[in-house]
Ligand binder design. Structure first.
Ligand code: IDP
Ligand code: MG
Length: 141
């Protein structure tokens, strides 16, 4: 299996719940390493660029409002098969449908406020990491 780096966000609702540590612990227990991290409030224009694929969806405005509503934890996660592994740890987009023990089941509040983001493919990971980190800010690359 390939070593990969994926992009992860701990969303504003989870940061407010004070579970940054609990979420990172879950990644670490499952073999992923933090390769970059910063706490930030995402500027609106950067958030719109990040979610550009959803621009035409009815929930786009609400999504950007929520994601810029408070601090988020931006991370690069490194490990074997990191992209798929992260998606498994996160669980389904809708917390109501997420499997027991997944981050979205544990900490998600709704479809929109679902606690975490994770890249869905190698191309997405590369694009998303570049929006938020320079290569010198990442280790294990
Ligand atoms: P993903 O985060 O599991 O990859 P996507 O379909 O790529 O799911 O959607 C991106 C984000 O947009 C979701 O994580 C969620 O926060 C939000 N979202 C998706 N569908 C809806 C919806 O129907 N209502 C409100 N927000 C949504
Ligand atoms: Mg997605």
């Amino acid at each position: 299996m390939a070593m990969e780096t994926t992009f992860s966000i701990i969303k504003p609702n989870a940061v407010k719940k004070n579970v940054i540590g609990a979420i990172i612990e879950k990644f670490e227990e499952n073999g992923l390493k933090v390769a970059a991290a910063k706490l930030a409030v995402i500027p609106r224009a950067q958030c719109e660029e990040f979610y550009a694929e959803h621009k035409e969806r009815p929930f786009f405005g609400e999504l950007v409002d929520f994601m810029t509503s408070g601090p988020v934890m931006l991370m690069a996660l490194h490990g074997e098969n990191a992209i798929t592994r992260n998606r498994e740890i996160m669980g389904a987009t809708n917390p109501a449908e997420a499997a027991e023990g997944t981050l979205r089941k544990l900490y998600g509040d709704s479809m929109g406020e679902n606690a975490v983001h994770g890249s869905d493919s190698p191309a997405s990971a590369e694009r998303e990491l570049k929006i938020f980190f320079t290569s010198s800010e990442m280790v294990n690359k």
